[in-house]
Every structure is written in structure tokens, then in C-alpha cells.
Ligand binder design. Structure first.
Ligand code: PDD
Length: 280
């Protein structure tokens, strides 16, 4: 596979970054994941805009313009013949040469890495037809979840807790209310109303979330952006998650309790269909 590192396209085995890289030592970096369907990038603009925001919040300069980033995404998709899959992009504060808590000189060149992952049939996975099971866990992440940093250890732990419990993913709970999934935004549907936590520093502002809520409103569904509890979710008619890699994914079980009749809900299926139709 061909990857991109700091201005160069290289075979993955030749790509190298410094052991002093701030992301390696301190998780000091941000990332984006953009999906590819039929060779087309999905929601690239949204991801590029959020990247700018993440960089700004961490006082990092954008090393490349949006157009340059788009060209690199496209080149990697072409070069690696990605039909369905994703493009991963990471920008770190670079490798100043010593380990120091203070940020290095702002002119330290950032490390820019992009690679692709091929996922044939990404939009038709078995999971998307059967739905996923989630468990709830206490949200033990830091307080700036709106910044898409590579500091992903707690979400990884949550995913492993879910697997050990025989589930697929975990919904994280803070002060009694669901924040989000380990790598996705969380929703429930009660009657005709979609309920999902409001935007704040407590959750990532999902690009898929923005699109799905827009399509839902256009389809005359009601949307309530507010916190909800696990008990409310277990009593809901439907539940789902959204992300760039899962699109709209039905949730059929929460902490062992079936949601609705335990199969993916009709409104969730409709939202998935609309999202996929409108985005590709
Ligand atoms: N994760 N919440 C969290 C904590 C996430 O990590 C993600 C995305 C989302 C959904 O955001 P979006 O719709 O913009 O993908 C919500 C990506 C896919 C990942 O880490 O692989």
C-alpha cells in the first residue's frame, strides 16, 4: 500500500516518523477518518473543517490547505484502488528532538500522515443488517472530547470491555447520561422523535451526526438534542449510532435489554438509506 508522509508518497514499509514525535510521546496530534464508497470520498468538506477546528483548539497551524488535503486523499484512493474503505489522516505537533511538556517552537514542522484502509462492502456489512449490541460504561475520558485527538486509550479499553462482555461496543455515561459511543455518536428514537445529546465539549461533533440530523429534519422527523439515560434508551423504540465508518448503525441491545423487538428499527433503516443515498 502507498502511504503519504510529510510530502512524500511511499510504500508503507518505507514510511518513517521520529521516536520524538509529540503524538508518540504525548498523544499530541489530531486525526480524521473519511470514508470512501464507490471510490468517492464521503463528507470530505465536513472532515476538513473539523480538522481545522481541532488544530486551532490546540494552537497548531494547518500545514496544508483544504485543496491540498483533498488532492492527497484522492491520490491515495486512486493509487491504492480503494473502492470502499477509508482514508485516515493524522497531523501531530512534530518532533522537536527532546521530550518536554511545553509546546515546541510553533515553527516545528508538523508530522502529516495519511493512509488508506480497504473495506470491501463497507456499506453492506452484516452488522448493519443485524444491528449491534452495546454495554454502558462510565466515561473516563478527558474533558475536551470535541477535539479529535489521537488520545484514544480509554475508547480502546471501552471497546475491549464490550468484547469481553459479548457485545460490540460501549456507550459511555457521565453524570447519569449517555455521552457517546467509543467511536460514534449515540441516538435513540421514541415515537417520531430522534433524541441525541446536544453539542458541547463533552462529545465529538460528528460529521455524520450533522448530516443525519439535517436529513431527519428534512424528512419531517422530530429531533431533540438533549442528554438521555441508559434507562430511557432501554425503553426506546429504536437506537443507533453514527460515524464515518459505520454510517447509521442500528443498536439492538443495551446492557442485555432488547431495544424494541430486538431487531433494527424501521426509522433507523430509513435514515441509513437516506444518508447513503444523499452522500454517495
Ligand atoms: N470516530 N464520537 C467519537 C468519540 C468518535 O471517535 C467518532 C468518529 C464519532 C463520529 O464522528 P464522525 O461522524 O465525524 O465520524 C463520534 C472515527 C470514525 C474513528 O475514530 O475511527
Amino acid at each position: 500500500r502507498t502511504v503519504y508522509v510529510n510530502g512524500e508518497y511511499l510504500p508503507e514499509t518505507e514510511a518513517k516518523v521520529s521516536i520524538f514525535d509529540r503524538a508518540f510521546l504525548m498523544a499530541d496530534g489530531v486525526y480524521e477518518v473519511t470514508s470512501v464508497l464507490g471510490g468517492k470520498l464521503i463528507d470530505f468538506d465536513g472532515h476538513a473543517n473539523r480538522l481545522d477546528r481541532s488544530l486551532g483548539e490546540l494552537e497548531m497551524k494547518a500545514p496544508l490547505t483544504k485543496d491540498e488535503l483533498l488532492e492527497i486523499h484522492r491520490e491515495l484512493v486512486r493509487e491504492n484502488e480503494i473502492e470502499d474503505g477509508l482514508v485516515y489522516l493524522q497531523i501531530t505537533r512534530g518532533a522537536p528532538g527532546d521530550r518536554d511538556f511545553a509546546y515546541p517552537d510553533p515553527d516545528t514542522p508538523p508530522t502529516v500522515v495519511l493512509f488508506t484502509q480497504s473495506k470491501p462492502g463497507l456499506a453492506d456489512s452484516a452488522q448493519s443488517k443485524e444491528g449491534i449490541k452495546v454495554i454502558s460504561i462510565e466515561d473516563q475520558r478527558w474533558g475536551r472530547r470535541d477535539i479529535k485527538t489521537v488520545q484514544l486509550l480509554f475508547p480502546s479499553m471501552g471497546k475491549m470491555m464490550a468484547k469481553k462482555a459479548g457485545a460490540d461496543d460501549a456507550w459511555m455515561v457521565e453524570d447519569g447520561a449517555v455521552t457517546e459511543g467509543t467511536s460514534n455518536n449515540a441516538y435513540i428514537i421514541k415515537g417520531d422523535t430522534i433524541i441525541t445529546r446536544h453539542l458541547s465539549n463533552d462529545i465529538l461533533h460528528g460529521i455524520t451526526r450533522a448530516a443525519v440530523l439535517r436529513f431527519a429534519r428534512e424528512a419531517q422527523m422530530k429531533v431533540e438534542e438533549r442528554p438521555f439515560t441508559i434507562e430511557e434508551a432501554q425503553a426506546a423504540d429504536e437506537a443507533f449510532v453514527t460515524s464515518a465508518s459505520a454510517f447509521v448503525m442500528p443498536v439492538v441491545e443495551i446492557d442485555g435489554a432488547a431495544i424494541g423487538d430486538g431487531t433494527p428499527g424501521a426509522r433507523t433503516a430509513r435514515l441509513r438509506e437516506i444518508y447513503l443515498d444523499e452522500s454517495r
